[in-house]
Design a protein around this ligand. Structure first.
Ligand code: IVH
Length: 714
């Protein structure tokens, strides 16, 4: 009995949380506090853990993503994802308007003007109100199936608003974007970790969506706006192999819509008569409908009745778009009537009924005065252009990254040159060119430095790397401070009460020169005997002392071996289990770790070959840091699956996929994303993908179910 109650509760909670997600992420009007939301989510997680048989990839709990490596299956689009013809000025827009007018032979028409979002396009399929597939544009004919990653995007409904009259099956297209705020936060974090920055939110969104790890996607705060609805029923009637046909075969999209609606027949519903309504025969109307179903529909859409309306819209948004939370790079104009769209049809590449107007990239010209050089934690040198201040897209720009020596050479930069600066995605300024006409004979080419600007050590350039490095890692101040900042950072030792300023202060006062020095700091030293700082100093010392409990795998990350990121550190820690074993690891052993190639293996060897690093580790060990996996972590670790390469596929009843992944790793096996001749076996649950099944059979790879797998581990 209790069981049934819990199952009902799961279903009710899911429904409720879907609604709260919609209020929060789509409508921007939350109706409960974050705290209450978290409580409910937590409760649902508990209930779902007790009822694995109720697992559902569309449950709101699944938005957190999974650590599993994904490999993306390629999927053919039902209808090709076309691009739009671009226009750049008023005349082009006027010409488009006239072409439409001529094409419609004097019929009245309306144009829908909407934002052109600068992200990456996505096609979403819904069946019975549930998100079933999300595919990137790819080459327009086939794209990557990124469904698992897309499920983590909060503004994309996993379950549509019940009773809102959605059709049985449909596809909707739109743009996935990284809002400016998420983009800035991400780049700040990357800067701290000395990872390459994303040039603009589009690249960041695209990099994120293609991430192999949906948990990463979940953290990155992506958003989505939808701008094009396609309904399939009539499509199926007209086309058997739609992808190969000309796009001009398109489609009475809304003809049969009402027949396909699942529920919802009450007479007073706002969407009831939609199928018969004018509204459902228009692009504008279809998107209003989609909004009712729960989608986030593009902002600032306008129904234009004249060319002047269109031009006014463009002029207004040319400046107003800067206040939007996401990047836009133009305006899209679409003929509103679907019937008129069909009449106008398509060229080989794009619809004749729509066009994109691109905003001008903002660019400024100013004088390059000097190139200075920054030294990062790993010793990487970044050249920076220092210029006369110039106004660009709303801010004053006077510095811009030049990335590396190759870029400087490509631009053939001379000191005193008049350079063009653009804001890549309008936030990070970059030097895009030189006005050579204005160069006078006396100007000298920029000469990349040969010694470190901070410590004078000759720079080196590693094979295959664009950057120059200062190799004096134990004597160069920004490298020393950078290493300490990395060591205390959240994903490493997480010593929250210290920050870059305190590290700088400790370093200036000669208190810390090395990460191990942190553990001998006293409260009196930290406060510099200032009674006003006594409390915060005690807290800092306590936080440092408490960090000795941080698990071994994070210590491996924290010590800052070049190129060893968080994930690699985890894998290395699990393979070698103790710092001593890692210290004596051979290159061959290191190369056995998933994701470790020549560069990382060499870097680990170099780190341990350095006597100073070994001395630091000895002091950290003395301070009590975790230098091996804990007995808890070691418990249950076996070599039963050693040397085995295992693919997980399908939905499981007894454990989650993450749990199976952890079991594989704990027992010495390797979880891999795709089936190959090297795969030892596939651990298959319900609904294993047909492509995987076929591949496994073709290659003669064994398929085992979860019971058999669990028996193997007994
Ligand atoms: S409509 C057949 N509407 O621009 C027309 N596209 O070159 C389908 N885009 O690949 C596209 N905002 O990624 C449309 N409001 C909008 C858009 C939009 C951005 C992107 C889309 C497409 C590209 C067109």
């Amino acid at each position: 009995m209790e069981n049934n109650n819990e199952k009902t509760e799961i279903l009710n909670l899911r429904k409720e949380l879907h609604q709260h997600n919609h209020s929060y992420y789509v409508l921007n009007q939350p109706t409960i506090s974050d705290y209450e939301f978290d409580q409910k989510m937590h409760h649902l997680e508990e209930l779902e853990a007790r009822h694995p048989e109720m697992a559902d990839p569309n449950s709101p709990t699944q938005r957190v993503g999974s650590d599993l490596n994904q490999q993306f299956a390629q999927v053919a689009h039902k209808y090709p994802m076309l691009s739009l013809a671009n226009t750049y000025n008023e005349q082009d827009v006027t010409d488009f308007y006239q072409r439409v007018k001529d094409g419609l032979e004097g019929e009245d028409f309306e144009i829908v003007a909407e934002m052109k979002y600068d992200g990456l396009s996505i096609s979403l399929t819904y069946i019975d109100g549930k998100l079933t597939q999300a595919v990137t544009r790819g080459d327009g004919v086939r794209g990557d199936d990124v469904t698992n990653n897309v499920r983590t995007i909060r503004s994309i409904p996993l379950q549509l608003q019940e009773g809102s009259g959605y059709p049985h099956e449909f596809e909707i297209r739109g743009e996935i974007l990284m809002p400016w705020t998420s983009f800035e936060r991400l780049n700040q974090e990357r800067e701290q970790r000395e990872e390459p920055l994303f040039a603009n939110p589009r690249n960041a969104a695209s990099g994120t969506l293609k991430s192999q790890n949906s948990a990463v996607v979940a953290e990155r705060g992506l958003d989505a706006y939808l701008y094009y609805l396609l309904l399939p029923n009539t499509v199926e009637k007209t086309e058997t192999k739609p992808v190969e046909k000309s796009p001009s075969m398109q489609l009475d999209l809304f003809g049969d819509m009402m027949n396909t609606q699942p529920v919802q027949q009450e007479t007073d519903s706002p969407t009831d008569d939609a199928g018969e309504n004018e509204v459902m025969h228009t692009h504008f109307g279809s998107l209003q409908q989609a909004r009712q179903w729960g989608f986030k529909i593009s902002q600032g859409m306008k129904l234009c009745h004249s060319l002047q309306d269109v031009l006014d819209f463009i002029e207004y948004w040319d400046t107003e778009r800067k206040n939007l939370p996401v990047a836009t790079d133009g305006i899209v104009l679409k003929v509103n009537s679907l019937q008129q769209q069909r009449h106008l049809g398509y060229t080989a590449k794009s619809p004749r009924w729509a066009i994109a107007y691109k905003f001008k990239a903002e660019r400024a010209c100013t004088r390059l005065n000097e190139v200075t050089y920054q030294v990062g934690r790993t010793g990487a040198i970044t050249p920076v252009a220092n210029m006369n201040p110039v106004q660009l897209a709303g801010t004053v720009v006077k510095r811009a990254s030049l990335h590396n020596a190759d870029i400087i050479a490509q631009l053939d930069l001379h000191i005193g040159d008049m350079v063009y600066v653009e804001k890549g995605g309008e936030i990070i300024p970059k030097v895009v060119g030189v006005d050579v006409q204005q160069r006078t004979a006396d100007l000298q080419p920029v000469k990349f430095i040969v010694t470190c600007p901070e410590c004078g050590t000759p720079l080196v350039r590693y094979e295959g790397e664009a950057a120059h490095y200062c190799p004096n890692d134990t004597g160069c101040p920004p490298q020393i401070k950078g290493r300490i900042e990395h060591f205390i950072s959240r994903k490493a030792m997480n010593i929250e009460s210290l920050g870059p300023e305190t590290v700088d202060d400790f370093y200036q006062r000669g208190l810390v020169n090395d990460i191990a020095d942190l553990y001998s700091l006293t409260a009196a030293q930290v406060s510099n005997n200032n009674p006003n700082r006594a409390v915060s100093a005690r807290n800092a010392v306590t936080a440092i002392r408490n960090s000795v409990n941080i698990p071994f795998e994070r210590v491996v990350f924290a010590i800052g071996i070049r190129f060893v990121g968080e994930t690699t550190a985890k894998l290395i820690a699990r393979k070698f289990r103790t710092m001593d074993a890692l210290e004596t690891a051979t290159k061959e052993q290191l190369l056995e770790v998933d994701g470790v190639g020549e560069v990382i293996a060499d870097s680990v060897l170099q780190y341990f070959a350095n006597e100073k690093n070994r001395a630091t580790l000895a002091r950290l060990k003395e301070a009590g840091l975790q230098m091996s996996l804990s007995s808890e972590e070691l418990e249950g670790m076996t070599t039963k699956l050693e040397g085995m390469s295992i693919v997980i596929s399908g939905v499981f009843a007894r454990h989650s996929r993450d749990e199976y992944k952890a079991m594989i790793e704990k027992n010495g096996g390797k979880n891999v994303g795709s089936i190959s001749a090297k795969t030892t076996f596939v651990l298959a649950g319900e609904n294993m993908g047909p492509a995987k099944l076929e591949k496994a059979q073709k290659l003669g790879v064994r398929i085992i179910d979860e019971d058999e797998f669990l028996r193997m581990l007994e």
